[in-house]
Design a protein around this ligand. Structure first.
Ligand code: K7E
Ligand code: CUA
Length: 677
């Protein structure tokens, strides 16, 4: 084998690979990326390494495409959901380096989430004050868009387990708002934006009596309902405006994913569903389990909503309130012409609008095809009022053949579809463990040589791919170049980390058309199951390096209570609480010794005075479960009860300087009996 390999390395391909590998090095030194001179000695060294490590030429090329020398930055940034870790992950492409996590629904000590600011944000999304939530299940992140393109300003995500939505500000990559959906307990965990981010669309999943009332399971069809919520986003405030948001009541099918129309289909939103049988399982009574009962019919229903119409109905007051939240009732939505169904095969998952908005693609989990619908035909049929039938709840159903454009047999278990800049669509195949590249028709047909609606290539994935993401691949202008397959299983790809294994992100080079789609990197994700991700050009993001000194990340403005140098003190204020004003800078807290009385309520204001990038300080108090991350310029306030006497060291948790270990102080709580304040 070695001999064959040696032979390969001497081939022209090997020379090209080696040149590529060294081109990366040349760029690292900021020399112009021109022709790279490789000496005979260097070729020998490369051959030796390749033989020792068992690498072939394709491996060397993949290494050259992804290896990112120290100090070099990535061209794309991927924001991946974190599944039931409840967080988001930020990953550089093509290096596939994990850059950070963003705490969202789950307290996370490294970034002090769940103590100061994080506590306030999390509290806003709690069920109520007695029922706190400590985790979430994130599936589909959505970057904010302007005119159907990512604008790099905000990131949205929802929590499947608890029907919450979150807003992350991409100036500081921090979660600013978490809202609990008042009418539901769970959703699909994903959000989708309209092309200018006017609305953040949160689809339901498991039907329930809206507003969480009790209803016997036998009343499923009568009382249980599905829903979709449209959260109004106020871009200037960077917050969802709950009062202008609303939900639309839907039949008790399992609504799954939604996507917003754009360009040709602007104004519509599309959602797939499964279980239009409205089965609820009765395995405990010896009947067919839900999975079988929910898969009897050949067709489920794609939902089509005219969101501008729905918005107008809401503004005209045609809603009811459930738990103080506006709900457009199903019968109103039908009567006023805002909701339609289209048959879709079979138990589908994934609905994706093409970049031009001309087509909607639905995958049937139990059907080897993707079905492509023409949005122009959908609009025509809706305008003509010629429907095939109505569903049990009176929703008009369009005739499948009237709006179908094409079907492409892509393989087994198709799930999700994304797009590139060359007129190709990419569909993940869960059962085949593969991705399928196929050619789009319509205005994209001119971008590629193949016949429209045909399979062009397949590439294996290890293993059981769920989602895939192409660079800006769900926008009006996909960037092409890279695709990541998000694989549910990794089986034998990595060291056996006990029975629990990571998921596997596989980076695929899709820069060339035709049959070539090599996997060029495997990234194990051992911190949560990322369902979906979005990949944005790095230069669209304009993150802060430091906050202005005294900034409250919640308001993104200077907190008037933030202590500046000279303001440090411990005082009892009019509210009867002990306020501590502490400045933080390398390598001390001021004051260093703070004394209160047992039973005092302490309000501690801290301000990190640093303006040096990366000069983050931590603040933890032993014995009080307090842990903050104070990034450069950040001010935070925490409140707690000094409920027991003692001597409690506090210290900085970030190794910030040579004298970091000295960055500490004592918090003294004097016993009540001897107090003489
Ligand atoms: Cu995991 Cu998008 Cu929730 Cu498919 S979903 S895999
Ligand atoms: Cu500040 Cu360590």
């Amino acid at each position: 084998m070695w001999h064959a390999f040696r032979h390969h390395l001497r081939s022209a391909a090997a020379a090209a690979a080696i040149a590529l590998a060294f081109a990366g090095v040349a760029r690292a030194d900021d020399k112009p990326a021109g022709k790279v001179e490789i000496s005979g000695g260097q070729v020998n060294e490369l051959q030796k390494i390749a033989s020792e490590r068992g690498l072939n030429v394709d491996d060397l090329v993949a290494a050259a495409k992804t290896y990112t020398p120290s100090g070099k930055h990535d061209e794309f940034i991927t924001f991946a959901s974190g599944g039931h870790s409840g967080q988001m992950f930020v990953i550089g492409v093509p290096s596939m380096r994990l850059l950070r996590s963003i705490a969202v629904f789950t307290p996370e000590p490294w970034q002090g989430w769940g103590y100061g600011v994080g506590n306030k944000v999390l509290a806003e999304g709690d069920l109520d004050k007695d029922h706190k939530l400590t985790w979430g299940d994130t599936h589909h992140p959505a970057l904010s868009e302007s005119n159907g393109e990512y604008d790099g300003q905000f990131l949205f995500i929802s929590d499947k387990a608890n029907a919450r939505v979150a807003v992350i500000d991409l100036r500081d990559f921090e979660t600013k708002q978490i809202l609990k959906n008042p009418i539901a307990l769970s959703d699909h965990g994903g959000v989708f934006v309209t092309p200018n981010s006017d609305y953040i669309i949160e689809g339901g999943q498991y039907p329930m009596p809206l507003g969480n009332k009790y209803a016997p399971i036998e009343q499923f069809k009568k009382t249980y309902r599905g829903w979709v919520t449209l959260w109004k986003f106020d871009r200037a405030k960077g917050r969802i405006d709950k009062d202008q948001s609303f939900a639309i009541e839907l039949p008790p099918y399992d609504q799954d994913l939604f996507d917003a129309g754009k360009l040709a289909s602007d104004g519509l939103i599309f959602g797939n569903s499964f279980n239009v049988e409205a089965a609820y399982g009765a395995i405990e009574k010896g009947e067919a389990p839900l999975e079988a009962a929910a898969s009897q019919r050949d067709m489920d229903y794609m939902h089509v909503v005219d969101w501008r119409k729905a918005e107008a109905l809401v503004k005209a007051g045609k809603t009811e309130q459930i738990n103080g939240f506006k709900v457009l009732r199903l019968d109103t939505a039908v009567k006023e012409g805002a909701l339609w169904f289209i048959p879709e095969p079979k138990s589908p998952h994934g609905v994706d609008v093409t970049p031009d908005g001309e087509f909607v693609i639905v995958s049937g989990k139990l059907d080897p095809h993707v079905t492509i619908y023409s949005t122009a035909k959908i609009k025509q049929v809706i305008a003509s009022g010629k429907f095939a039938s109505k569903d049990e709840y009176g929703v008009p159903v369009l005739n499948f053949d009237d709006v179908k454009e094409a079907q492409v047999e892509v393989g087994l278990g198709p799930l999700h579809t994304q797009f590139d800049d060359k007129g190709y669509a990419y569909t993940s195949l869960f059962l085949d463990s593969a991705i399928c590249r196929w050619s789009l028709g319509g205005s994209f047909a001119k971008l590629h040589p193949e016949k429209p609606w045909t399979v062009v290539a397949k590439a294996p994935m290890q293993y059981n791919i769920g989602h895939l993401v192409c660079a800006e691949g769900d926008t009006t202008k996909p960037a092409g170049h890279y695709m990541i397959g998000m694989n549910k299983w990794s089986v034998d790809r990595f060291f056996q980390t006990g029975p629990l294994l990571p998921q596997n992100f596989q980076l695929v080079d899709i820069a060339q058309g035709g049959e070539k789609m090599p996997v060029i990197y495997d990234l194990p994700i051992g911190v949560g199951e990322p369902h979906y991700a979005q990949m944005i050009k790095a230069d669209k993001l304009k993150p802060l390096a430091t906050y202005e000194v005294g900034t409250d990340p919640l308001t993104m403005s200077v907190d008037p209570k933030a202590p500046m140098p000279g303001d440090e003190k411990v005082v009892k204020e009019a509210d009867g609480k002990i306020h501590v004003y502490t400045t933080v800078v390398r390598s001390h807290f001021t004051p260093e010794n703070v004394e209160v009385e047992e039973g005092d309520t302490v309000v501690w204001h801290l301000n990190n005075l640093e303006q040096t990038p990366d000069a983050t300080h931590g603040f933890c108090i032993a014995g009080f479960n307090i842990n903050l991350s104070l990034e450069p310029g950040e001010a935070e306030t925490i409140e707690f009860k000094a409920d027991r006497a003692g001597t409690y060291p506090f210290y900085c948790t970030e190794f910030c300087s040579a004298l970091h270990l000295e960055m500490m102080g004592y918090f003294q709580v004097k016993p009540k009996a001897t107090a003489s304040r």
